[in-house]
Every structure is written in structure tokens, then in C-alpha cells.
Design a protein around this ligand. Sequence first.
Ligand code: SAH
Ligand code: SF4
Ligand code: F3S
Length: 424
Amino acid sequence: MTYNITTFGCQMNISDSERIASVMNEMGLKNADQNKADFLIFNLCSVRQTAVDRVWGMLRKTKDKTVILTGCILPKDKKKFNEKKYLILDIKDLTNWPQKIQKNKKISIKKPKDYFSILPNYTSKFSACVPIMTGCNNFCTYCAVPFTRGREYSRPAKEILCEVNKLIVQGVKEIILLGQNVNSYDGRQKTKKINFVQLLKKIDKIPGNYWLSFLTSHPKDMSDELINCFAECKHLVPYLHLPLQSGSNKILKMMNRKYTVAHYEKLIKKIRKNNFVNPHLTISTDIISGFPNETKKDFLATIKAMEKIKFDMAYLAAYSARPHTAASKLKDNISKQEKEQRKNILNEILKKTTLKNNQKMLGQETEVLIDTIKDNALIFGKTKNFKRIKINGSTKDNSKKLMGNFVKVKITKANVWNLEGEII
Ligand code: SAH
Ligand code: SF4
Ligand code: F3S
């Protein structure tokens, strides 16, 4: 018997799929192409309606197969999938999947109590995502996550440290800590509470040659202690993803984000004050365009904020009303066309700031982790501050050896979305 996993959504889902694959393998199933596999697993994202629609489209072509739906599914969609008799399995219940999938078969699988402690089938040998928490208590009014992943759950610090330790011993070069809102991590060691900063510092103490980063932070919970970590932690890379969502205080309030643009800008100032020069500390963000009642003036405020902050990357999304959320009760009164147009305008600003920021790196010598080799000759990687980079002038012979390793590179060209450089 064979299986295939299709993953939608964010890194959290990609990471969960590594654990799903591990359980499938333990059940004796083999991975196969989508058109050949007996079990088709769809790991869903519900942040925008488009992803859900895509799943429905794909499901139409799955006759004669056993379909399993999991991941972030809204209760309303769950009902619809149920009516079509699709098997829906909760990701948090992953340890019980074997019993649910192969009802009559006796399976002796080791059953850890929470699905995070299942050893994942890591997709990369040198870069690993490690979930530290899941769920969210923030209820931003547009967001589906609290309704799909439920309330916050933090993984015990001991388990996280154990997983990270093992990865580093195995020679993994990059550890990315994951959670919907890592700042509110609340782990426990015996009776002692341990917060995110303490966890980060503990991980950072693990000796080895590796990069450490984390996703995603909430501006309302970004403490000075966490900001100081960028200067204090040896392995922490100069990269921060900090979703702004809107540059208008009125819209931020309607989104229930609990911070102002001024607060956000103050944070950025503090973070950048750490004097990162080579390479500079990069900041990426998420912005939603066309939230209900976003006027031209509100949008102008977002334009201003983007011009001022000068992001290195921004994930721009047109607002999509999600069932169950508070914002879905408001009239979705910005047309699709207008949302797209606003997104395009923001993208033009982004292109300018990314190019300018990239140009700052011209001539710098910096560390790069090689992560992609195409046709045995085209070599790509990322810099310590998470910029994509194409390596020029390298020979065919050593390309294989470079994969998954750090190299020193001189930046020779700055483009809008990436850099180019030569190994020195
Ligand atoms: N926990 C993270 C990520 C949440 S979802 C956070 O707090 O930022 C990832 C991004 O999707 C969000 O930051 C937001 O920009 C976008 N998003 C979420 N809901 C959306 C919606 N209803 N319409 C459009 N974009 C949305
Ligand atoms: Fe969604 Fe807000 Fe929670 Fe992020 S912090 S997952 S945007 S509710
Ligand atoms: Fe989507 Fe779930 Fe991530 S809704 S963005 S896959 S947390």
C-alpha cells in the first residue's frame, strides 16, 4: 500500500506533514506519486478561501482512492467534507491514526502522548523546522487559525531541547522554531515555567555550527528581552518575521491586533539599533489588503508605513472573509479588483525597498547555506539574513559537496528578489 501527502499553507503544516509521513512509514506504507498512491492525504490551510477551493478541485479527481483530510479545517468546512464522506483526521490525534485508518489490523506502534513527540521524517538533511507550540489565543478578527488549531499549546521544553540537540549532533545546519505566536510560548520543566526567551537561550547554548531562527512573532508580545536576544544569542540569525497587517491604527483596532503603528515602528527601531551591518538584520512582514472598511486613507497609511519601515520581504494577501471569524460579520465591502490593485501598489513599494536593502550588501563577504543545486551546476542558497542568493562561477566538480554546507560568499550583484555572489 502507498500514500501521498499534499500540503497547503505555512511551515507549520509542512512540519506536521513530516510527522504524518513518519506515521505512514511506520504503518508499512510507502510514499508514491499522487496518481499512483492508495491513500491520498491532504493537509489543509484555511487562512484564505482560495486554498480551500483548491482542495475541492483536487478532490474531484480522487475517485477509487482513500482520502484523508487533516490540518487546518474550519468547522463549517468539516461539515461539508463530512457530508461527502471524506475521512477527516485531527492532526493532534496523529498518534491514533493507524487504528483509525486500518481498523481491523493489529498495529504495534509506539504511542507518544502528544503528536509533537513523534519522530518526524525530516525532508531535509541540513535544515529542520521544530514546532514549539501550536494554536492561538489572539483572535485577530480576520483569522481562521484559532478556529482550526484551537487554543495555544506549548510543547515541553525538555522535548524541544532533546529534538534540537539530536538534530545538531546529526549535523543539521539550520533550526527554525515554529509556532503561530512563538512569543507566548509557555513551557514547563517540572514545576518551573519557561518562557520563549529562556527557551531560546537554552537552545543557543547547544554547541555546534548552526543557525537558529523562529516564526512567527506578534508585535504586541515582542519584549525587550527577546529583542536583546539578537545581540546576545550566538546562533540566532539576523532575521525577524513580524507581521504588521496594516499601517492604519483604525484597521489594526478592527483587526484586534492590540498595537499601533507607532508601537510597531518603535520595535523596529529598537531591533535595528543592535547595529547589524554585515549582513544587516532583515525584517519581513505580512500585510492584508482590503480589510472591511479600509478606506483610501487607511490604505495610504499602509503605503506610508511600508515606505518608512523598508521591509526586506512582505507577504501580501487580499482579505478573504473566513467563516466563524468576527470580521466575517462585517460587510466585505472592498471589491476583489480593488484589493488586488492595492496589493500591487504595495508590491511596487516592496520591490523598491528590497532592491535598496539588497544593494546595501554589495561587496560584503558573508556566510551562505547552500540549499539548492539544479542540473548539477546552478547553485542557490541563503545568506545569514535569509536572502536568496545565486552562486556564480563555481565549477561542476564541487557542487555536490556544497549542498547543505556553509560557504563564504562575496556579494557581486543585487537584484529585487535575490542576490548573486561568488564563493571565496
Ligand atoms: N500566526 C501568524 C500567521 C497567521 S496566518 C501571525 O500571527 O501572523 C498568516 C498570514 O495570513 C497572516 O499574517 C495574515 O497576513 C494572512 N491572513 C490571515 N487571515 C487572512 C484572511 N482572512 N485574509 C487574508 N489574509 C489573511
Ligand atoms: Fe491568526 Fe492573529 Fe493568531 Fe496570528 S496571532 S494565528 S493572525 S489569530
Ligand atoms: Fe494555514 Fe493553518 Fe498555517 S490555517 S497559515 S496552515 S496555521
